[in-house]
Design a binder for this molecule. Structure first.
Ligand SMILES: O=C(CO)[C@@H](O)[C@H](O)[C@H](O)[C@H](O)COP(=O)(O)O
Ligand SMILES: [Zn+2]
Length: 196
């Protein structure tokens, strides 16, 4: 057991080292997309399943409340939190529609969708991306593995942050770091004078 735990630490550290090579440029582009969206008075919607639902909420709470510095609240909505909406859409239509219906209701041109999936193949996240394209929104996709079907849906205006790993847990661990990098970049660009 001890060996297994140590292996998980080593693998997680190695995935972050690999991500340090692969991800900074896409993270910078994604941060710029989000900053521009917020400067234009738009908002960021986020979604994902399981651990990625937690990540979607982690991100929105850091915008709505705060990350590390005192600054005004920023507009973000996690599409994973309203159990009445989620269960009724899943019950009346299909689980694959739970995010896309909300995107069609809440998404405005210029908003950003933060779409999170380690496989890039979750149907409800893919349908949310399709709805976002129809709403003239920009997409930031946090993915892993080979990017899955999500990678094929992105256009030049969008950005994919694809963690170089095939293991869901390791990918999720880097997704959280990526989310914190995005929050840090947003805060430092929008509020350069604020104290830590
Ligand atoms: O947290 C974990 C595994 O670490 C799970 O809850 C995981 O998020 C779920 O199996 C998700 O349904 C996986 O979806 P995805 O990342 O492939 O989109
Ligand atoms: Zn997990």
């Amino acid at each position: 057991m001890l060996e297994r735990i140590k292996e998980s630490f080593t693998e997680s550290i190695q995935t972050k080292i690999d991500a340090l090579e692969a991800l900074p440029e896409s993270l910078e582009k994604a941060a710029n997309i989000m900053v521009q969206c917020l400067l234009n008075g738009n908002k960021i919607l986020s979604c994902g399943n399981g651990g990625s639902a937690g990540d979607a909420q982690h991100f929105s709470s850091e915008l709505l409340n705060r990350f590390e510095t005192e600054r005004p609240s920023l507009p973000a909505i996690a599409l994973t939190t309203d159990s009445s909406t989620l269960t009724s859409i899943a019950n009346d239509y299909s689980y694959s529609e739970v995010f896309s219906k909300q995107v069609r209701a809440l998404g405005q041109p210029g908003d950003v969708l933060l779409a999170i999936s380690t496989s890039g193949n979750s149907d409800n996240v893919i349908k949310a991306m399709e709805a976002a394209v129809n709403r003239d929104m920009t997409i930031v996709a946090l993915t892993g593995k080979d990017g899955g079907a999500m990678a094929g849906l992105l256009s030049d205006r969008d950005e994919e942050i694809r963690v170089p790993s095939n293991r869901t847990a390791r990918i999720q661990e880097v997704h959280l770091l990526a989310i914190h990098c995005l929050c840090d970049a947003i805060d430092r660009t929008l509020f350069p004078q604020q104290e830590d």
